[in-house]
Every structure is written in C-alpha cells, then in structure tokens.
Design a protein around this ligand. Structure first.
Ligand code: GTP
Ligand code: MG
Length: 375
C-alpha cells in the first residue's frame, strides 16, 4: 500500500520537498514530488530526518484525543463489577442472564422489566453478598467484544463462559476463552443445563483440561460452577464466585466528576430517534450533559434505566439508554461529557473528517513523532 506523497511527507516533517527528493536519491530511490510512497520508504526517509513514523488506523486516531481523566486515589470509591456472558451458540447465555435478571433484580422492580437494553444491573438478594450489585452485559457477542477491544474499550471486568454440560467445549467456547485470556479478564465457567438427564459436567472439565484450563475442583485455578438456567440450581453460587473474582480486582471509580464510558449499542428508533445504550464507567452522567460519543455529540435529553424508568443521573457501572445524540455511534466507541458545545463540536468534526477521509480515499494516516532532531 502507498500512503502519502513525497511532498506531503516533506511538509509533515517541515522540510522542503527538494530536500526530501535529494535524500531519496542518496538512498538510491528516485521519486517525484507527487509520487506516493510505501511504508518502508516513508520510514527510511523519515529516519534520515530523525523522525519516527507511526502508522495508525483511523480507528486509533479517533480514540487518540486525550480525553482521559486521571483520578486522585482519594476520590475513588468501590463500583459494581461489569460481567459479560460468553459461550457457544445455544449453550444458554440468554437463559442464564434471563434467570438472573428475573430473580435477582431488587424486589419491586421484579416483573417490571419491559426494556431490553442489552445491559442490566442486578442486586444479589441473599447470602453473604446480599445487597451487592453486578452489571451484566448481554449484547457483546464475540464480534462486538473484539470490536470493542479494538477500539480500546475495556468494558468487562469478569467473563462468565457458559458451556452446556450435555455438549462439549465447542469452537465458540474456545474463542471466548481466547478473548478473555487476551483481554486479561478473569473467567468463571458456568457448566449449564445440569438439570438435563444427559448432563456430564466432568466431561466438560476434561474437555477444558485439554485446552490447558484446569478448574478449581480438579485442583486448578479456574472457578467453575454447575448451574441450570432452567431450574436455577447453582446460580447463587455462580454469582458468589463472580463476586469473589471481582473483589480481587478491587474495582473503583470516581463518581464525583464528569462521566465517561463506552457505547454498548446504538440504533435508530422510529419514535424516539437515535437511542444509545451506554455504560458509565466513571463519573456521573446527568440529563442535560453535553455528551460526545464517536463522531456525534449532543445534549442528553433523557435517560432510561434497565427497568424502563426515566432517571436523571447515572453513576459508575450503570448501563443506561440515552436520547439526544444526532446519530448512532458504534459499539465500543468511548463517550465523554464535555465542558462546552464548542469543545465537543471541534472533536466531533475532527473525528468525522477522519472517518470521511478513510472511507473516501481508504487512506491510512501516519503521524510523525520527532525523536530529537540533529540540527
Ligand atoms: P445463542 O444466543 O443463540 O447463542 O444461544 P444462547 O447461548 O443464548 O442459548 P439460549 O439461552 O437461547 O438457550 C438455548 C436453548 O437451551 C433454549 O432452548 C433454552 O431453553 C435451553 N436451555 C438453556 N439453559 C438451559 C438449562 O439450564 N437447562 C435446560 N434443560 N435447557 C436450557
Ligand atoms: Mg442468546
């Protein structure tokens, strides 16, 4: 692939194009002013001027705005873990989450679940973890999970990998294991459908051992739990194990500042316009805030929680639907609350331009990092 021209490179380095061309000659390359250069040539030439070249995708460039907030240690408060359920087709991911949702939501809310927002916050109802809350993500199939990671969003603290005990470790089970391992996220295995006559959880443990995963009851380090998403057997224990993993992570966030987080999903709703499900990772999001997500920005007009209620504020680890963005950002896009319209517009415009350039010219961007010039 060819990237920029000799003259574009010259202006990025702030030298004359004639200089660049004669440097090329010294390197044995004969180029003309408007000739596009390949990666290797760009690197060679830039090196002569003491620049280090970094090739970054538009994707990365969009995320490169330095909007990250570093909190003071003393402002950090404990937050609920964010848990993603993964596993092979039909092994019971949705059933497991449905069971947890319908039985573990705070009383009074139970039965009132009308909204599907792809993310849920549940509260443990009994046992030593009573009162603790856990946020479950439903949406990220493997692709979404990978896309999110590619965008730098780390929206999962713990992964539950569901494996049907009447089946085996399957291709998507392996994929899920690899994803979680690559993301360095602890895994708890749910050996599901234990109510079925043909269930053989020991066969699953054996399957896992062949993948170099030794479960706890076999002396290994991976927690596993036999469950049934149908009868509910083992689900309290599963939640306890998830919370144990979470505790080791000492998850915290500063709730008392402008919010930031990630987009889980977004779409155009006939009646309501663009609706985005987002996860607040830190800070508190308020109705009326100016929010920037991907290349879109707008004022938060309304927020709806996972049980369909309108809310005014959302703190760390809370999933909410928001109205007010003029478009649908992509799953995994980060969001930030901005001080002013102007600031938000500036970044949104820049991102939009990057996306446009990428789609029209399919051109990758390069940045030049000066590593100390000789002269
Ligand atoms: P995909 O989203 O298609 O990948 O599937 P999934 O992993 O979400 O599985 P889902 O929850 O849809 O369950 C698949 C089938 O298994 C459904 O028919 C469920 O009723 C059934 N099932 C799930 N969990 C259990 C269980 O614990 N016991 C029994 N007997 N059936 C279950
Ligand atoms: Mg499902």
């Amino acid at each position: 692939t060819e990237f920029i021209s000799a003259s574009e490179l010259a202006s990025m380095m702030d030298v004359s194009v004639n200089d660049v061309i004669s440097t090329c000659m010294q390197l044995g390359m004969f180029v003309s002013i408007n000739q596009r250069l390949d990666a290797e040539s760009i690197q060679l030439i830039a090196m002569e001027y003491n620049y280090e070249v970094e090739f970054i995708s538009a994707e990365e460039e969009i995320q490169a705005d330095n909007l990250e907030i570093v909190d003071d240690e003393e402002d950090l408060k404990p937050r609920a873990p964010i848990v993603t359920i993964m596993g092979h087709v039909d092994h019971g991911k949705t059933s497991l989450l449905d069971y947890i949702r319908t039985t573990k939501v705070a009383s009074g809310e139970a039965g009132g679940i009308t909204q599907h927002i792809g993310a849920y916050n549940v509260e443990v109802q009994e046992g030593e973890n009573k009162g603790k809350s856990v946020t479950f993500l439903d949406t990220p199939g493997h692709e979404a999970f990978t896309a999110m990671r590619a965008r730098g969003a780390k929206v999962t603290d713990v992964v539950i990998i569901v494996i049907s005990a009447d089946d085996s470790v399957m291709p998507q089970t392996r994929e899920a294991i690899n994803h979680a391992k690559n993301a360095n996220v602890p895994i708890v295995f749910a050996l599901n459908k234990i109510d079925k006559p043909g269930a053989n959880p020991d066969k699953i443990r054996e399957d896992l051992s062949k993948e170099n995963i030794l479960v706890e009851s076999w002396g290994g380090k991976y927690q596993e739990q036999e469950v049934s998403a149908k009868t509910g057997i083992g689900i309290d224990e599963l939640l306890d194990k998830v919370l144990l993993e979470a505790e080791l992570l000492e998850l915290t966030a500063n709730p008392d500042r402008k919010a930031n987080g990630a987009v889980i999903e977004a779409s155009l709703d006939k009646g309501r316009g663009y609706v985005s499900t987002i996860l607040v990772e830190a800070g508190t999001l308020n109705v009326g805030d100016i929010i920037l997500a991907g290349q879109y920005f707008g004022r938060v007009r309304a927020m709806i929680n996972d049980v369909g209620e309108r809310i005014k504020t959302a703190g760390p680890s809370t999933p909410v639907q928001i109205l007010g963005l003029p478009g649908a950002p992509q799953a995994g896009d980060k969001f930030n609350v901005m001080e002013s319209d102007r600031e938000a517009r500036e970044i949104a415009n820049k991102r939009e331009q990057i996306i446009r350039e990428q789609s029209i010219r399919a051109k990758r961007h390069i940045t030049l990092d000066e590593i100390g010039r000789r002269k």
